[in-house]
Design a protein around this ligand. Structure first.
Ligand code: PMP
Length: 440
């Protein structure tokens, strides 16, 4: 049964009356998505959309993937939940697989229920291990919504308070598009960022616990620092005993195409000390976690427990989803189809003044918008393009500095035909918005 648009309006009003004002919603007429299949979703009014945002990356493989549905329902039919106080086979199975894939030697895995909580756990471990609450984070970063993680979130529109249990210093380098050093080549850019970091460390009293960084900034607009940046940082950090936490909440599981983890594009001199993950691994079920060397993971001496982290139903989903991802080489698919999509998007937007840049890696693609005829960021254009794409049956995201970038991250089973269809729809939406914005 499809609903009348008025039902959606009344649901929106009820949402606003009972949920926090800061829980942001997309679209002037927010969408209620009621079901999905493959790379498509349907709203309550019966409209079908090509999903180029993958439930912001939580739908890693496909909507309603039968393998995941089956694993979840079978496990739910046996037992839904126990506790970390008891042994759980699905939890150990998934931990073993993630530990082996992580690239971290002597890895231990702790499961949480979100990326926020994963980063919070990583901060707890790193600060306890180093006995310091000083941390480094990247400018324009996003790491979560809790008290500790907003304190390491450099993107100011997502960091609602300056109060923090941590002392955070923000490092330059994650965003290359604009700002200092933007014009430099890869090597010089890295050298300049390293010099900045060294300078900051020299001028900072006390021992810093960790640097936390997203290899490709997600909320920050799918920014693309040059490969090797974090390898260069790592050398500096290692000299100071500072741990490196790679936030792989968006970049993990092969989405960037060339690599299974985002850190691999950067560090040929070794893995991070800690890695955090969430979002896609559960294909929509709430799984997050942190992987760390045993020496770091086991630095907590008091007991701990997680009521829902590692819960059997979510672990069953994660196992089925990971198996599907590996067996179908979805990393390879992200590389091939993502590469093609980036090329297509560059081609179809080449003549559009509203598009400053199409940047991306695999199936993480950012399109930065400017006011036509200027180099000023155009957040209003991003909002209009979102609406225009929706009208054409395409869901995309936005974000980045000043909210002026479009974000594209489809489920990793995306086909070539869907990539081409999406690129055409998006070009059409951009064209329409440019027509409205262009100075006459
Ligand atoms: N880290 C990164 C890089 C993220 O993109 C996000 C979510 N956008 C988080 C952490 C927080 O994850 P969650 O919303 O699951 O708490």
């Amino acid at each position: 049964m499809t609903q009348h648009p008025q039902d959606a309006a009344s649901l929106h009003a009820r949402h606003q009356a009972v949920l926090p004002s800061w829980l942001s919603l997309y679209y002037e007429r927010p969408l209620e998505l009621t079901h999905g299949e493959g790379r498509h979703v349907w709203d309550a009014e019966g409209n079908r959309y090509l999903d180029f945002f993958g439930g912001i990356l939580t739908t890693m493989t496909a909507h309603a993937l039968p393998e995941v549905t089956k694993a979840v329902s079978e496990q739910a039919g046996r037992i839904i939940h126990t506790s970390t106080l008891y042994l759980s086979r699905p939890m150990v199975d998934l931990a073993e697989r993630i530990a082996a894939l992580s690239g971290i030697p002597d890895a231990r895995v702790f499961f949480t229920t979100s990326g926020t909580e994963a980063n919070d756990a990583a901060l707890l471990l790193a600060t306890a291990h180093r006995r310091s609450n000083q941390v480094l984070a990247m400018r324009n970063s996003y790491h979560g919504r809790s008290f500790s993680t907003v304190g390491i979130t450099g993107n100011q529109s997502w960091s609602p308070t300056s109060l923090s249990p941590l002392q955070t210093l923000y490092v330059h380098g994650g965003v290359r598009t604009r700002g200092p050093y933007a014009e430099l080549g890869d090597r010089d850019y890295i050298a300049a960022c390293v010099a900045d970091l060294e300078d900051m460390l020299q001028q900072t009293a006390g021992g810093i616990a960790a640097l936390i960084a997203e290899p490709v900034q997600g909320v920050g607009g799918f920014t693309m620092p040059p490969d090797g940046l974090y390898a260069a940082f790592r050398e500096v950090l290692a000299r100071h005993g500072i741990l490196w936490i790679s936030d792989e909440v968006q970049t993990g599981w092969g989405r960037t195409g060339d690599h299974f983890w985002g850190w691999q594009a950067h560090a040929d001199n070794g893995p991070p000390d800690l890695l955090t993950f969430a979002k896609g691994i559960g294909n929509g079920m709430a799984i997050g976690g942190v992987v760390a060397r045993a020496e770091v993971m086991n630095s907590l001496t008091a007991n701990s427990i997680s009521t829902f982290g590692g819960s059997p139903v979510t672990m069953a989903a994660g196992l089925a989803n990971l198996t599907y991802l590996l067996e179908h080489d979805l990393q390879g698919n992200a590389r091939r189809v993502g590469g093609l999509l980036i090329e297509r998007l560059r081609a179809v937007t080449a003549g559009l003044d509203v598009v400053r840049e199409v940047r991306g890696r695999g199936l993480m693609i950012g399109v930065e918008l400017v006011r036509p005829g200027t180099d000023e960021r155009a957040p209003e254009a991003a909002s209009l393009v979102l609406e225009a794409a929706r009208e054409r049956g395409l869901l995309i995201g936005k974000g980045g500095q000043g909210g002026a970038s479009l974000r594209i991250a489809p489920p990793m089973t995306l086909t070539v035909a869907e990539a081409e269809e999406g690129a055409t729809l998006l070009a059409d939406a951009l064209q329409a918005v440019q027509g409205v914005l262009a100075p006459s």
